[in-house]
Design a protein around this ligand. Structure first.
Ligand code: HPA
Ligand code: ZN
Length: 363
């Protein structure tokens, strides 16, 4: 491993992932169905989407920032013991993204991966305040997003939207700065405002003023909530932040009244099963609350969160849900439809995706 940044606390590494993800042996017809199913990805972080190869390239480009420059060590670096450990690793990888060219490298790799999984549209969470801390000016970041989006469309046929997310660790002031960027630069494709990072000890409600300003300016509200804590923060996300979708939201399963509220208001949860396992937000996939959410009629879309870090992709998430929870073709197609309906994309794109899904409907 390369030498760590002396300013950063030590990050433990582990030879064996503590939360190993089961292999996905699925029937070839189901693999083919999921591969052909047109999909949207509504919960995906720019930095966490980078493949191991992309991160290695960046780590070598910017050596000495505490991220391994060899494949084996990088794999170990990505074995997370718990959620705070994941956030610390994420923070370090984020520091590798130093220039507009780095952002375009990430977006090019991401768009290729999305196209390979038949993803037509994705909303990407970008954390501008963290990017600026890593050395990118807001002007350069905005330009790289515009250029990267055009490249994704031209080269890979994938449409991208931006959600600018505040890191809860940077407090309400960081959220105000996030909104300053989103409204001041508003690069093409800007659709929403988000909130990520820790939930323990950080109340969603404290971010209400920043979210109000963003919503008043026409941005959609898509905070994380109920990822590692219970339903209380999901209630806050809805009532205080005006959440139109919720990142994760799995803590909702413990509150039947909240499930009813989500179902009746059509608030979609962006559910990321492998992420939840890999960060130890759930103890095992068998215990994942996805079946409870679906049974309650809550709109659910599947997503990968940080596919490069969690060694997953969107097709794998669909196949895992087939295998673990018995979701068949019709249910998986419904999940894809829910995502298309909850996306903040142009209506003609939404219609095109829905039509494509219908054409694939199983007998
Ligand atoms: N939750 C909170 N913060 C994050 C996540 C997440 O799923 N991914 C990247 N930063
Ligand atoms: Zn996330």
């Amino acid at each position: 491993m390369s030498s760590p940044d002396p300013a950063s606390p030590a990050v433990p590494t582990h030879a064996v992932p503590t939360h190993a993800v089961p292999a996905v042996p699925a029937a070839p017809e189901m693999v083919a169905f999921v591969a052909a199913l047109p999909k949207v990805e509504l919960h995906l972080h720019l930095v966490g989407s980078a493949s191991l190869d992309t991160v290695l390239a960046l780590a070598r480009r910017h050596a000495g920032r505490g991220v391994p420059t060899e494949l084996g060590a990088l794999r170990e670096f990505y074995a997370f013991t718990d959620f705070p450990h994941f956030l610390e690793v994420y923070r370090r990888v984020n520091l590798l993204v130093n220039t507009g060219a780095d952002v375009i490298t990430l977006l090019g790799g991401l768009a290729a991966e999305l196209a390979a999984r038949t993803v037509r549209y994705a909303e990407v969470q970008v954390t501008p305040v963290r990017n600026r801390m890593a050395g990118i000016s807001y002007d350069d970041l905005a330009q790289a997003l515009v250029d990267g989006r055009a490249l994704a469309r031209r080269r890979h046929g994938v449409e991208l939207g931006w959600v600018f997310d505040a890191d809860a660790a940077l407090g309400p002031d960081g959220a105000e700065q996030t909104v300053d960027f989103a409204l001041g630069h508003r690069p093409e494709g800007t659709v929403g405002i988000g909130l990520g990072g820790a939930e323990v000890g950080v109340r969603r409600a404290d971010f209400a003023p920043a979210f109000r300003r963003a919503r008043d300016a026409g941005l959609h509200s898509v905070p994380h909530a109920g990822e590692t804590v219970g339903p209380g923060e999901v209630w806050s996300a809805i009532t205080e932040l005006g959440a139109e979708r919720v990142g994760h939201g799995i803590g909702s399963a413990a509150d039947p009244r909240l499930l009813e509220e989500l179902a009746s208001r059509g608030i979609t949860l962006e559910v990321c099963p492998t992420s939840n396992l890999r960060t130890a937000a759930v103890a095992s996939l068998a215990e994942h609350p996805l079946p409870t959410l679906l049974a309650a009629g809550v709109p659910v879309t599947l997503a990968t969160d940080d596919p490069g870090m969690f060694h997953t992709d969107l097709n794998t998430e669909y196949l895992r849900c087939h295998q673990l929870f018995g979701l068949g073709r019709a249910e998986l197609a419904d999940i894809a439809r829910t995502g298309a309906c909850a996306a903040f994309c142009a209506d003609d794109l939404r219609t095109r995706i829905l039509t494509e899904i219908d054409q694939l409907q199983p007998a």
